[in-house]
Design a protein around this ligand. Structure first.
Ligand code: ZN
Length: 473
């Protein structure tokens, strides 16, 4: 009997022990033609029963290892194998998680779906350049060493359908570098104890990354996320980088925790960016360098230091724009109910507060004022005084809004302060005002023009002292 002539790529010194088929150089596992399914199944069964898990380069049909006794000390090797169907290995069927030595699927092709779940992998999980034509489910895996789902050379780790990688626990490093997901990817609930490489990853639909914990460095550079991205509640403990990462749809970073230095350098945000309730450690900065932040939300976020280098900030934050719209609609609505609420477009304070809906409006305005103050402080830290003044002005405008509902006298004071000096930010306004008074007063006091000037001067002095009183915050 002649032996199978298959040449191993991964381990070049190895030779296939099997006999070659009649009229073929290869054995039943390595031969590449439609095989007798029943016969192949029997042979696979024999191989597995003798704890031989070396399927390197084999061309196989569907495989299900879920109900098999698998020797925990032998590596499951499917390197460069082709599976013309599903590959299923669910360790849960034995009551608790099944244990295996390791899994190597590098350069393998799975034509159907792949389910590898509820397993403890004692060493490495290797899926470099693996091609999966169906869906992939890698949930509830514990990996004691590294996990590789990455691409190199001209090959790619790619999943054509939905990919679930939920509740993974990777004790050492993980890499998804250069991988491709044609539909969505879900990594929620996973824990990565080492470094996490997520560079040059491309995802066509949603990326769910909720409540993920990354203890090592995390790198999302140059990845392209074509769908929504949800990072809600995740924790990053070391340096986290998003260099040139592209978010085509909404990016949700709600309640995220950055413990290490975080840098969004040249990150492309196409739609809304949500950092509500996000936090960072006091000793590390969150840097937005060269980003367009016109649609960013910072409600109740707690970044002690946040830097906006060359980044585009809006004149008014997104919540402010929404607030104005909401208020307009509400006024329109209430106008139908009660016409007296509007008095030639001016606010009738007491009327407003009669409507309970305005208590929410006030809360919104207070939150917006707080957000403006926070951004103003971050800008002051960086000596971006012009922009800081703009946000201070916006904050005062929001305070004036709040007093419109809450405190009529304060509203009047803020309104005067706004008119004469733009809350001290636009001081030239006072000079313009004095000039106007000097011109206008004589027109009224026409019998002796110069008396008008004196009166005008007195009023200007009074106003400027009033201003100095108001600018004392
Ligand atoms: Zn062979």
């Amino acid at each position: 009997m002649k032996k199978c002539k298959y040449e191993f790529i991964y381990t070049p010194n190895k030779r296939c022990k099997e006999n070659a088929l009649e009229d073929n150089d290869f054995c039943i596992f390595h031969a590449d033609f439609p095989k007798n399914e029943k016969k192949l199944e029997i042979e696979i069964d024999k191989k597995l029963s003798s704890a031989d898990y070396d399927f390197e380069g084999c061309i196989l049909n569907e495989i299900d290892l879920s109900d098999r006794e698998i020797n925990q000390k032998v590596l499951l090797n499917f390197f460069d194998a082709t599976i013309n169907g599903d590959f299923i290995f669910n360790g849960k069927s034995k009551g608790n998680k099944g244990k295996v030595e390791g899994l190597n699927f590098s350069l393998a092709t799975v034509k159907g779906n792949i389910i590898i779940s509820d397993l403890i992998i004692q060493h490495t999980l290797n899926f470099q350049n693996t091609k999966i034509d169906g869906a992939a489910n890698f949930s509830n895996l514990e990996v004691n060493e590294n996990a590789y789902f990455n691409s190199w050379g001209t090959h790619k780790f790619e999943v054509q359908k939905i990919a679930k990688f939920k509740n993974l626990e990777i004790r050492r490093n993980s890499s998804f570098k250069g991988s491709l997901f044609k539909e969505s990817l879900d990594l929620s609930g996973s824990k990565f104890f080492g470094n996490f490489k997520f560079k040059k990853v491309k995802i066509y639909e949603t990326l769910k990354f909720e409540n993920v914990c990354i203890r090592g460095k995390a790198n999302f550079s140059k990845s392209i996320f074509n769908g929504k991205v949800v990072f809600r509640g995740s924790r990053f403990y070391k340096i986290t980088t998003f260099y040139g990462t592209k978010f085509v749809k909404n990016a949700n970073f709600q309640s995220i925790g950055f413990k290490g230095m975080t840098n969004f350098k040249n990150t492309i945000f196409k739609e809304e960016i949500n950092f509500n309730r996000a936090s960072s450690s006091p000793s590390n900065k969150v840097i937005f360098d060269g980003c367009n932040l016109e649609n960013i939300r910072f409600k109740d976020s707690d970044f002690s230091r946040c830097e906006f280098k060359f980044s585009k900030l809006p004149d008014r934050i997104i919540e402010d724009r929404e607030y104005k719209e909401k208020k307009q609609n509400l006024i329109k609505e209430l106008k139908i109910i009660n016409n007296s609420i509007l008095f030639s477009g001016y606010i009738k304070f007491q009327e407003y507060t009669k409507f309970p809906v305005f208590s929410q409006i006030i809360k919104d305005a207070e939150m917006i004022a707080k957000t403006y103050k926070k951004i103003e402080n971050w800008l002051k830290d960086q000596d971006e005084l012009d922009k800081a003044n703009q946000f201070y002005f916006n904050e005062m405008e929001m305070n004036r809004e709040i007093y419109a509902y809450k405190n009529k006298h304060k509203w009047i004071r803020y309104s005067i302060w706004w008119i004469i000096s733009g809350y001290g930010v636009k001081r030239s306004r006072l000079l313009i005002l004095i000039g106007l008074i000097m011109i206008i007063i004589p027109l009224f006091v026409n019998w002796q023009t110069y008396i008008g000037f004196i009166v005008g001067g007195i009023i200007a002095i009074m106003l400027s002292s009033f201003l100095s009183m108001l600018t004392k915050r």
